[in-house]
Design a protein around this ligand. Sequence first.
Ligand code: GLN
Length: 478
Amino acid sequence: MPDYQQLTAVEIVSLVSQGEVSAVEITREALQLAEAEGEPLNAFITLCKDRALEQAVAIDKRVRDDMADGLPLLGVPVSIKDNLCYRDYPTTCGSHILEDYNPPYDATAVSRLIKAGAVIIGKTNMDEFAMGSSSETSYFGVVKNPLDQSLTAGGSSGGSAAVVAQGIVPVALGSETGGSVRQPASFCGLYGLKPTYGSVSRYGLVAYCSSTDVVSPFARDVYDLALIFDVICGEDNNDATSISFDRVDYVKDAESNRKYRIGMVKEHYVEGLDPQVESVVREAASKLERDGHTIVEISLPSGKYAVAMHYIIAPAEASTNLARYDGVRYGLREAGDRELDEMYAATREAGFGREVKRRIMLGTYVLASGYYDRYYVKAMEVRELMRREFEEVFKEVDLLISPTAPTPAFKLGEKTHDPLAMYLSDIYTIPASQTGVPALSVPFGQAEDGRPIGVQFTAPWLDELSLFRIAHRLDHLG
Ligand code: GLN
């Protein structure tokens, strides 16, 4: 077999469909790497060995029976973030409170992967309930960056980013609420897409902030990213917020000569942005300009409220979404002989970590009568303002270019005692989450010490194709 860790998903599909390598061989290799190289990174919470091998055996049989034609992810090993339900395997969300929760069903995105021929290798580590930017709030310990283990892999989908960067799987699913795939993609040198809100079903994705949560993929290659998005997107009757839309061929049309008008947001280049990140973004912009695209300066004044807005809206929704973990219906229950209220409190006290408790308190506070108008309603007004600004800007330009994160990957432990500094790392990713538009982090340059740096592109609602095209172009320009 060719060097598995270098193979793209597209190459694996071609090898398996032609019978040159079996899905079982590929799966064994991925599982063995998951143990040998994934464990030191603490990237997995659960490996799904038995089911993965069963899936691979079934795929090989389909290939032998000539029944495997057209399966877009035939034999491709995939990892999924541990907030995506996978039948009969623990779905912990990185939390003690769900440590023993084994859902009886698959998330829609996961069942679509399986239907497309993918093999689910394991469930990846993450910030508890996807709250965090460094994969350090997990009950199961911190995730390390494969490029330098003293660094964070980013968060909250750090485990999924780490396993793709390490070559254990070519593609993986994470989830986004405010940057949780784009930022780790930037920290690990990967492509990370946050699709349009509603374009991928949230059914079976454990809710954090339901109005912005989106299942979101990682890949090392643009075509692989387009391929996995193509497989998981589309309307789903099980999710009332999923939308129907006209499909295009994201893979075939990713290569194009279309010249874009690209906006650079003038408010982005301020204090707090690492000059190395700024110069990488400017370099990407001038390469695109030389390639015939037009770069124009635009203004998005509401961006300065992004972090404040997200850290009101997300905790508000989290505080209501997480009310269901009360020791009665799911997972952990503390001390059976207490009064009901005491049992709730003891369960939540023992089951949630510090960051989750902080968010629940914040969210309860901003929703309390008396504070609701002052905080929650204000944040919703800012969100509407931002949505309108995006609408206006996208009348003028096709795409936006920006940093993904203000810095390259930071040290583990560097920001754990300073939540505000941690929250600021989402400043460039939150606007697309709060307005619902798609955005993609493209690995482009690096810092002097070699840490990767991502450049973010943002497109109008449902124009993922333009994101793949510009990423493909940039890859070509090198
Ligand atoms: N870092 C942000 C938060 O903690 C966003 C996380 C995410 O996208 N899930 O809320």
